[in-house]
Write a protein that binds this ligand. Structure first.
Ligand code: 2AM
Length: 501
């Protein structure tokens, strides 16, 4: 056995992660169900640590030093179980560590760790950063048995993205065979069993809303100001130099100036069909929020926005029948651009507040102890939501590790105070001009709801008591004490009760 680590599943992510590890001097055994893919890969690449191409799982397992560290990067779902079971037949032993680096549902990871405990150490790790991230430094979100983590840690720290220790900015960038040296790695042990995959899921939920917010800024500016793609690209370019500096804003700038490869004129974005796809992590995040009763409404809104977009044919028909105002704007153009920027920033703060609130709740449910500053820290580089903003979140949780909600942090509170009138203006403009901006709107509703000392749930509780005798609590009685009124029949006169009796 000569390989330091093994990797199964040579699709894009698998190939790039294997090369990343080998760039750091690890000798990597590789296997793929379709052998040709493996052969082509091994024939075309020659990274410093070396690749050991294996045509069957027995050879693969035999080629890895013990305790074996085996990364699985196959399609999430039943394939993970299938491959894991094949590994047992191929000679994997109880001390070997099998790491699922895919986007698995965290409850599956919890189940697998238990189910396979006698046969291997099953470990889960989120990996974010797409193709380039996997190749030159992703954000890695490991969760599982702490003793196994000790074996994985050197590899994870080596391959993860690095940020500058002082500024928190991603260190750009490695090239094949020349990895980044130094810097703070974007990986940290998150907790036992499904903790890594849970955090990765919430990362993706945040990614959904981050993307949706950018799309809403884009649609507002293009509809209200008639701005075209290259002009919008410049706006995003400017935003990328300030608080909004992030990977997603940067790629938006690039996307918007991309000419269409088919037509001689025009821009690609204008030819892309407006029907969004999704693979499920945003939905899982939202379902989990509903299950736990945590208001992650903007994350869910971003998922629904994709669902609504996917009803393309239905929308085309509806657009002929359902009327609304025609968007127009007569005010100052630069002021509106600045207002949309502010709306985006405030909404983004709410989106992250929701994501972190979810993790806060989940840790109670699963007995994890999350270090939120560390989580923000590993989101600073490598992953899709990497942004200057994450440094601010890290600072907030460093100031107060028990911060109840990001909105309550002094920095974020101040940012919203500064920008909320613009945020409200933009939401109002969206409404009066008939432009759907669900993420901006729901984030504002979250903000206003969260800061409301009194919500209309008093009436709601009375309604519930009225039709279902569900009882209500009173503001002048201790919490938990239930009251019920024998409500009069609908339409009958009010029962004459003397207040206080
Ligand atoms: P393939 O090249 O043989 O299709 C992404 O789909 C990766 O997961 C690919 O490397 C694919 O292998 C692998 N994969 C998907 N389902 C699998 C399964 N049931 N067993 C093994 N590998 C699988």
């Amino acid at each position: 056995a000569t390989a330091d680590v093994g990797l199964i599943g040579l699709a894009v992510m698998g190939q790039n992660l294997a090369l990343n590890m080998a760039d750091h001097g690890y000798r990597v055994a590789v296997f793929n169900r379709t052998t040709d893919v493996m052969k082509k890969f091994v024939a075309s690449e020659n990274p410093p640590g070396g690749l050991v191409g294996c045509e069957n799982l027995k050879d693969f397992v035999a080629s890895i030093k013990k305790p074996r560290k085996i990364i699985i990067l196959v399609k999430a779902g039943p394939a993970i179980d299938a491959v894991t079971k094949q590994l047992f037949e191929a000679g994997v032993e109880p001390d070997d560590i099998v790491v699922d680096c895919g986007n698995s549902l965290w409850t599956d990871t919890i189940r697998r760790e238990k189910e396979y405990a006698a046969k291997c150490k099953f470990f889960g790790s989120g990996v974010s950063g797409g193709e380039v991230g996997a190749r030159f430094g992703p954000s890695m979100m490991p969760g599982g048995d702490p003793a196994s983590w000790k074996h994985l840690e050197p590899i994870w720290k080596a391959v993860a993205a690095k940020v500058d220790a002082q500024t928190g900015k991603p260190i750009e960038t490695a090239s094949p065979g020349k990895p980044v040296v130094g810097g703070v790695p974007c990986t940290t042990y998150l907790g036992p069993n499904g903790a890594g995959h849970y955090v990765k899921m919430v990362h993706n939920g945040i990614e959904y809303i981050d993307m949706q917010l950018i799309c809403e800024a884009y649609t507002l500016l293009s509809n209200l100001l008639g701005m075209k793609a290259p002009e919008l690209s410049k706006v995003f370019g400017t935003w990328n130099e300030g608080d909004l500096d992030s990977y997603l804003i940067q790629i938006t700038e690039d996307i918007l100036k991309q000419p269409d490869p088919v037509h001689k004129e025009g821009y690609l974005v204008d030819y892309v069909l407006d029907a969004a796809g999704q693979k499920g992590t945003g939905k899982w995040t939202s379902v989990n929020a509903l299950d736990m009763g945590i208001p992650a409404n903007s994350i869910a809104e971003a998922v629904f926005a994709r669902c609504l977009s996917a009803l393309k044919e239905e929308r085309v028909e509806a657009s002929k029948k359902l009327k609304g105002p025609a968007p127009s704007h007569s005010g100052n153009r630069d002021e509106l651009i600045a207002a949309v920027r502010d709306a985006l920033y405030c909404s983004k703060i709410c989106a992250y507040a929701q994501g972190f609130q979810l993790m806060r709740e989940a840790q109670k449910e699963y007995n994890w102890t999350f270090d939120f500053a560390a989580i923000a820290s590993i989101f600073r580089g490598g992953c899709i939501i990497r942004a200057r903003f994450l440094q601010k979140i890290m600072d907030a949780y460093t100031r107060d590790k028990n911060l109840v909600n990001l909105l309550l942090d002094s920095y974020f509170n101040e940012q919203i105070q500064k920008s909320q009138s613009n945020w409200r203006k933009v939401v109002a403009l969206a409404a009066t001009n008939g432009i759907a901006a669900p993420a901006f709107m729901s984030a504002l509703a979250y903000y206003d709801g969260y800061r409301a000392e009194r919500l209309p749930a008093n009436l709601l509780q009375a309604q519930r008591d009225y039709f279902g005798a569900h009882t209500y609590e009173r503001i002048d009685a201790p919490r938990g004490k239930a009251f019920h009124l024998d409500w009069p029949e609908p339409g009958r006169p009010q029962v004459d009760i003397v207040p206080g009796s």
